[in-house]
Design a protein around this ligand. Structure first.
Ligand code: GLN
Ligand code: ZN
Length: 777
């Protein structure tokens, strides 16, 4: 290959795909519903891509220099890579046509399943809230270039006058993120198939070069993570082999390998000695690297603008970091640290945000502007962008001094905390006090909190928001719903009841709306997976609780029944994980503030007669850092914040927590340290594997491994649930075991929910009878 055209001086690693008004979500969902055709969906996508390119040029990227990434996806970039290389699992072979490719409908089928054929598993994309689909690779997988979508999208842009930079998940990351297929023998690692996969990437690069692409971006974030299954030496060897081979191709665009989400560490020296042309570093999460052999021949793309958070940030600091790299590489350019997929489109779309707060923020469009500014600084010198750097510094100063950012009383309280504030009394004493207070049978049955959110509930909430429904009418409607849910639970025969959470739009946003220090957006949507979007709250200031949040709902509910009703709170780690967090203090400090607000809420719930409080922490595992060296510190503050939130409870108050994943083993010590009296956890999809972890980990508190998979509309039979309970009782002493679904019932329909819960209670009765449990009258 001839010497490449220079890498663009400023670029982004990717742009939100959903559209500023979630156009893609709507288009995809109406295709699923059968109201539009595949051709209409393609047309919408063409228009969205064109609008994105025009917008990016308007914001300061360039039409002709490969600075605009071709990062569109209908659903997920890993699924796109899977379809490109033809790695369709055997159970979906019928979706592949005679030319080996898969159409749009088939593409969505892989993501969503069909009949008895399970969809691809979905899991978290590094430490973001985005979820990708997990490819299944085995010795039987046949790799071949099966989709030219990425080439067609390049050609589409070119015809419109743009030279874009196609983006695809790189071969090493693709395999590292894959799991072994059902057909694979034990011990098989997808990485073993690298040599068969590389020719397909080579063919793709050839096609892109022929179409006129000057640069291609291969995303290799797996190299920054230490949390993947393959041994590090294998990952590094694969990286070396992959880029030695792709680099040596005669016909290819220049290769840009991007490594977002952390530092490359020992992978950088490996990559620097291959024949790739540019390397992208995440300098927001990762550190500025040392001098590295080979880098002098490369372009280093300095990811200095945070793609992962929404702050306008320290622009001058970002510029300095980029400049500091200049001694290390042949050339330095700037970019975002990650794709902008994780942030909303545009701050200007927010009409209700406090104007000061708005001035401290940068969503995707503002970040593109920042990249363009820094790029200009690199070419024209710092003086050329002095005004922009100064404006950003002024905004930061204003933010630091703004009322609410630092609240003296919140800080004073945090400063007086001692060890004792983090511990409850002795567990045996608590066990005894709770047994007296609650009088529960062996194998108590309960649910995780939410009941199905019907159209009526959603409509009432929407009408309340617009003012069409008065506070009073709204409260009455919700109370009627709660009364219905309580009657239903009594009829089913559950032991510990919930109010069903009808008043909550979202388990984090609900609390964010009622705590000081948070703001919520109108249009701040980000893609969570596929067509699913969330609207994270913005945690901008010191957190405090102006008034009780859940107490009125919980007391109303407890007034309807003699059975214990669980108060229901979202834990500090989850509130942080699903919000945009402040960048001006350690996460641990923010967690302490949220924990104190929740601690007060628990005190108020107790005073109002609530005997059980559940503090959900589904995101505890999710926030675990990618680097092992960072685990201890994270677990220390995250577990600490849960303990701080709950340790004010009396011995007789039973504290529950709920965790939403099944890889219990990795965090078992942390879960034990939470010291919750009862922990419910997802278990069905992993076939109760958690039970072995619990046994191995010597866990002696209450535990409810889920026995009803709420991710599917399927009703589990009494026999199935009995088997799962038996499996749990083989390893866990019966006095510890609770019976509950895997997670909340919010997304389920009523018919299947009621039937499933009936079966759950029936199975429990059968098992109790068999083990001779005495059930209190
Ligand atoms: N209490 C919440 C619910 O039932 C828990 C949700 C979750 O774990 N994600 O909806
Ligand atoms: Zn859950």
């Amino acid at each position: 290959m001839t010497s490449p055209t220079p890498f663009p001086t400023g670029t982004i690693l990717g742009y939100p795909r959903i559209g500023p008004r979630r156009q893609l979500k709507k288009a995809v969902e109406s295709f699923w519903a059968g109201t539009t055709t595949a051709a209409e969906l393609e047309d919408t996508a063409v228009a969205l891509r064109q609008a994105t390119r025009e917008r990016l040029v308007e914001l300061g990227l360039h039409a002709g220099d490969s600075s605009i990434p071709g990062s569109f996806s209908f659903y997920d970039q890993v699924l796109d890579a899977l379809c490109t290389v033809g790695a369709v699992p055997t159970r979906y072979a019928s979706l592949v046509d005679s030319e080996g490719s898969i159409d749009l409908a088939g593409y969505f089928t892989l993501a969503r399943g069909e009949g008895d054929n399970l969809p691809l598993e979905m899991t978290k994309w590094f430490d973001s809230n985005y979820h990708y689909l997990v490819p299944e690779i085995g010795p039987e997988t046949v790799f071949s270039l099966s989709s030219d979508r990425i080439v067609r999208e390049f050609a589409e842009a070119k015809a419109a006058g743009y030279i874009t930079r196609p983006v695809i998940v790189g071969p090493v990351t693709f395999l590292l993120l894959s799991k072994a297929s059902d057909e694979a023998p034990t011990g098989f690692s997808p990485l073993e198939r690298l040599d068969d996969l590389l020719p397909v990437y080579a063919a793709l690069l050839g096609r892109l070069a022929d179409a006129g692409a000057e640069w291609v971006q291969l995303d290799e974030p797996a190299l920054v993570s230490e949390s993947l299954d393959a041994p590090r030496e294998d990952a590094l060897a694969a990286l070396e082999r992959a880029y030695a081979s792709l680099g040596a191709l005669d016909t290819r665009p220049a290769i840009f390998v991007a490594a977002p989400y952390g530092s490359l560490d020992d992978a950088l020296p490996v990559l620097a000695l291959t024949r790739v042309d540019a390397i992208g570093l995440d300098l927001v999460r990762g550190d500025v690297p040392h001098a590295t052999p080979g880098l002098a021949a490369k372009t280093l793309v300095a990811g200095v603008i945070d793609g992962h958070n929404i702050w306008r940030g320290d622009l001058a600091g970002a510029f300095d970091v980029a400049q500091r790299l200049s001694g290390l590489a042949g050339r330095v350019t700037v970019s975002t640290s990650t794709s902008l997929l994780h942030v909303p489109h545009n701050v200007d779309d927010e009409t209700r945000l406090d104007e000061h707060l708005a001035g401290w923020l940068a969503f995707a469009d503002q970040k593109v502007g920042q990249v363009a500014t820094l790029a200009r600084g690199l070419t024209e010198g710092r003086a050329a962008i002095a005004a922009e750097l100064a404006a950003a510094a002024d905004a930061r100063d204003a933010r630091r001094a703004a009322p609410g950012v630092r609240d003296g009383s919140v800080r004073a309280r945090a400063a007086t905390l001692t060890e004792a504030d983090y511990s409850r009394g002795d567990y045996q004493a608590r066990l005894h006090a709770q047994a007296c207070a609650l009088d529960l049978p062996l194998l108590p049955t309960t649910t995780i909190g939410s009941f199905p959110q019907t159209g009526d509930i959603r409509r009432a909430r929407a009408r309340h928001l617009t003012g069409a429904l008065t506070d009073e009418d709204y409260r009455r409607l919700m109370e009627a719903e709660i009364a219905r849910v309580v009657a239903l639970q009594e009829e089913i025969g559950l032991d510990v009841l919930v109010h069903g959470e009808p008043e909550r739009n979202d388990m984090v946003q609900y609390f964010a709306e009622q705590l000081d220090g948070f703001a919520v957006t109108e249009n701040g949507w980000v893609q969570s997976y596929g067509s699913r979007c969330t609207r994270p709250s913005i945690l901008w200031g010191d957190v405090s609780r102006p008034r009780p949040i859940t107490v009125a709902w919980s007391t109303y509910t407890q007034g309807l029944t003699r059975k214990p009703v669980k108060g229901m709170l979202t834990g500090p780690v989850t509130i942080l994980a699903w919000s945009f967090v402040r960048d001006d203090q350690p996460l641990a400090d923010t967690a302490t503030q949220v924990a104190l607000a929740l601690r007060d809420e628990i005190t108020d719930l107790e005073a109002a007669g609530i005997r059980i409080v559940q503090v959900d922490e589904p995101a505890l595992r999710e926030l675990l850092p990618l680097k092992t060296k960072d685990h201890a510190d994270y677990l220390d503050w995250s577990v600490g914040s849960f303990r701080l939130a709950t340790a004010g409870a009396n011995d007789a108050t039973q504290i529950h927590t709920h965790l939403c994943y099944s890889e219990f083993g990795v965090v078992i010590d942390a879960i034990r340290n939470l010291d919750a009296d009862v922990t419910s956890i997802e278990a069905v999809r992993s076939r109760m594997e958690v039970v072995a972890d619990i046994e191995a980990g010597g866990f002696d508190h209450g535990i409810g491994p889920g026995v009803y998979d709420i991710h599917s509309p399927r009703v589990p039979s009494i026999g199935e649930i009995t088997d799962l309970l038996d499996r749990a009782l083989e390893s866990i002493p019966e006095r510890q075991v609770w019976v509950n679904p895997d997670c909340g019932l919010k997304t389920r329909g009523y018919t299947e929910t009621v039937e499933s819960l009936h079966n759950m209670v029936a199975a429990t009765s059968a098992v109790r009878e068999r083990i001779g449990a005495v059930v209190p009258a």
